[in-house]
Design a protein. Structure first.
Length: 176
């Protein structure tokens, strides 16, 4: 049985970090078993569009302290923000982001709702419906090439656009 892709909702500043190759781990309070699964990224307000996605290479789970040791150099968050995000939680999750790609033309919410009449924006995440998956996969994609580094916060470059970067918006932190 083929695994269903996920649709994650990310704040614009965190989505930007993913597409720049700076954020290589996505923090979650709850998540199903998602290793080796495709994830589509919906960028929340004020942007409100389907922008691209990534593949989940690995899922870390454990106490917040254990997960922090795995992601501190790749989640692109400060320790105080990480602690605030997982405050009161005994279990933390983080997705190892790999194979990031971006749509050539992001699909705005109005278009998604016109094309997919029952399209619902996830609060945090949800499974992608079959009709949505078929539509999402027909859209033009540009892979994002990552520089191989030592696990530090390194940059990325768009394979199809010769390294054109994007400006950072807002501060870094955990998304939901």
């Amino acid at each position: 049985m083929k695994t269903k892709p996920l649709l994650l909702s990310l704040k614009p500043c965190y989505a930007e970090l993913v597409f720049q190759g700076l954020k290589r781990a996505e923090l979650r309070r709850r998540i199903p078993c998602v290793e080796n699964r495709d994830v589509f990224i919906y960028v929340s307000s004020p942007v409100r569009c389907l922008r691209g996605g990534f593949r989940v290479e690995q899922v870390w789970s454990g106490s917040p302290e254990e997960v922090w040791k795995e992601v501190e150099g790749i989640a692109h968050v400060e320790r105080r923000e990480f602690d605030a995000y997982y405050a009161g939680r005994t279990i933390a999750y983080a997705l190892r982001i790999s194979e990031v790609w971006e749509y050539d033309k992001p699909v705005h919410l109005e278009v998604l709702r016109a094309r997919l009449s029952d399209f619902v924006v996830p609060q945090s995440w949800r499974y992608v419906k079959s009709e949505e998956s078929r539509y999402f996969r027909t859209l033009g994609r540009s892979p994002i090439r990552r520089r191989i580094g030592s696990g530090t916060r390194d940059g990325g470059e768009r394979a199809s656009e010769g390294g054109r970067g994007y400006a950072l918006h807002g501060k870094t932190g955990a998304a939901e």
